[in-house]
Design a binder for this molecule. Sequence first.
Ligand SMILES: Cc1cc2nc3c(=O)[nH]c(=O)nc-3n(C[C@H](O)[C@H](O)[C@H](O)COP(=O)(O)O)c2cc1C
Length: 195
Amino acid sequence: MLECQLMKKILVILGHPSTESFNGAIFEHYIKGARASGHQIRSLELGKLNFDVVFRNPHDQNAKLEPDLKRAQKDILWAEHLVFIYPIWWGNIPALLKGFIDRVFLSGFSHRYLSNGGYEKLLSGRSAHLIVTMDGPTIFESIYLRGSATTRVMKQAVLEFCGIKPVKITRIGQLRKKDKAAREKILEKIAELAG
Ligand SMILES: Cc1cc2nc3c(=O)[nH]c(=O)nc-3n(C[C@H](O)[C@H](O)[C@H](O)COP(=O)(O)O)c2cc1C
């Protein structure tokens, strides 16, 4: 009974273009750990989706979405918890993930502007987890850059704006210096925290 109550519908999104990357390994281990704990999982590998990463017609309300993006929207609506796994590239999210957000988090889907000048958050009731890798030390990204890449863009400007909260952040730093054994330990921890 307790297990049923804790079981979540989780959508795991790989924002790294390559599944062969360490991010790809994190993605796999997260899914394995979450499934082992009884969560329902759907997943999106953004590098395998067929869509234009450039939002070419932001003012055309009737613009058609590619089937892969329609499916992504259904998966987001299905999910109670969204997990984004991605590397920091030039202090920011990879262009693939940015393009996905631009194209999928549309007015009318994730938020709606009101005639009184305000807006409505349409994805409330969901939480999120950002798992972010980098070569720099995590303290540099979280304190010196004040979380500019992850916390402000993804947590505040995207997810919380659409009503998704709380947003948990796991930073994995100094990857370049991590040998095989250290990486395996990280992957074990990822599988644990997915449960
Ligand atoms: C184009 C590019 C830009 C990068 N910019 C940063 C950066 O701004 N800060 C940082 O700490 N690491 C940076 N890195 C290192 C990546 O974060 C690191 O390679 C990645 O987290 C490793 O994950 P992966 O093995 O799954 O690719 C960059 C890497 C690339 C390829």
